[in-house]
Design a protein around this ligand. Structure first.
Ligand code: HEC
Length: 258
C-alpha cells in the first residue's frame, strides 16, 4: 500500500481555510476545558468512597452497587454514638452488620447490647431520635446502601450517551483532518470512544450484579480519555505547527487563506 496516497476527499488541516481552523481551535479549547472539569467531577464524586484517598475500583463498586458498610447504624457508631458503648461491644455490633445483619444473631447477641446501651434514648419515645427498639425498627438503620438507584442510572445513561456522542463526533470529525498513519490506527482512535461509552454505561448496571465490572468502567473511562488526548493534541499540533510532507501540499488550494 502506498502510505503517501490520500483519499480524494481528504484535506489536511493546513489545506483548510483559516476560518475553519479557527472554528476547530475554538471548539477544541472549549471541549478540552470541559473534559478537564468532567475528570475533576468524576474524581471528587467517586474517589475516597472506600475511605482511601484516590479513585479506585472499590470506589466505583460502592458508587454503583453500594456498600455493606455505610449503613446509618455503622456511621452513627463510628461517629457521634461511638462513646455510648464499650469498644468491644461496638466491635461486636459492627461485625454483625458486616456479616449481613442477620436476625438470629440480632436476637441472641445484639438486642441485649442495644437495650443496655442505647434504648435509654432510642426507645421510640422521642420522635426525633432513630427508634432502635425491635427488629423492624433496626431494619431502617441497617438498610444497605445499594448504590446509585436504577431510575437515576437510567436518567444519567441517556444524558451520558447523547453527550459523549456529541463530544466524540466533534473530536473525531476534527481529528479526521489530521495526517496519521497507519489508517487503521487513526480509525481505531476515532472508533474506540464510542465502543467505550457503550461498555461504560452497560457496566454501571452490570456492576450492580457483579462487582468485577467496575474494572470495565475504569478501563473504558481511561481509554476514552486516552483517545481524547491523542485527538486533541494531534489536531492542535498539526493545525498550527506541523510541517507537512510535500505530498500533502496541493497547489490548487494552498495559499488561499480565507
Ligand atoms: C444519651 C442519649 C443517647 C444514647 C444513650 C444513644 N444515642 Fe444515638 N442518638 C442520640 C442523639 C441525641 C442523636 C441525634 C444526634 C446525633 O446524630 O448526634 C442520636 C442519633 C443516633 C442515630 C441516628 C443517626 C442518623 O443517621 O440519623 C443512630 C443510628 C444512633 N444514634 C445509634 C445509637 C446507638 C447504636 C446507641 C447505643 C450504642 C446510641 N445511639 C445511644 C442520643 C443517644
Amino acid at each position: 500500500m502506498n502510505e503517501q496516497k490520500t483519499h480524494r476527499l481528504y484535506r489536511h488541516f493546513q489545506e483548510l481555510p483559516l476560518s475553519m481552523r479557527v472554528l476547530f481551535t475554538g471548539a477544541l479549547l472549549a471541549i478540552g476545558l470541559g473534559y478537564l472539569f468532567a475528570l475533576i467531577y468524576v474524581y471528587q464524586t467517586d474517589s475516597g468512597k472506600d475511605g482511601n484517598p484516590g479513585l479506585s475500583v472499590n470506589d466505583i463498586v460502592i458508587s454503583y452497587s453500594g456498600s455493606s458498610e455505610g449503613t446509618r447504624l455503622e456511621t452513627a457508631m463510628r461517629g457521634s454514638m461511638s462513646s455510648m458503648l464499650p469498644p468491644d461491644e461496638r466491635s461486636e455490633i459492627l461485625a454483625w452488620i458486616h456479616g449481613g445483619a442477620l436476625k438470629g444473631v440480632y436476637e441472641t447477641d445484639i438486642q441485649p447490647l442495644l437495650e443496655k446501651n442505647c434504648l435509654d434514648c432510642h426507645d421510640g419515645s422521642n420522635p426525633h431520635l432513630a427508634n432502635l427498639d425491635g427488629w423492624d425498627n433496626i431494619q431502617v438503620v441497617v438498610d444497605h446502601d445499594s448504590g446509585t438507584p436504577l431510575n437515576q442510572l437510567v436518567r444519567v445513561s441517556h444524558i451520558h450517551l447523547f453527550g459523549v456522542v456529541f463530544i466524540f463526533f466533534i473530536m473525531g470529525f476534527i481529528f479526521s483532518h489530521a495526517y496519521v498513519r497507519p489508517v487503521w490506527f487513526k480509525s481505531l482512535v476515532i472508533l474506540t470512544p464510542f465502543i467505550c461509552i457503550v461498555a461504560d454505561v452497560m457496566s454501571w448496571y452490570f456492576t450492580k450484579l457483579y462487582a468485577g465490572f467496575a474494572y470495565v468502567v475504569m478501563a473504558a473511562g481511561a481509554m476514552m480519555a486516552l483517545c481524547f488526548a491523542i485527538m486533541w493534541f494531534t489536531a492542535m499540533w498539526q493545525m498550527w505547527f506541523y510541517k507537512r510532507p510535500g505530498f500533502l501540499v496541493r497547489d490548487d488550494v494552498d495559499g488561499a487563506e480565507t
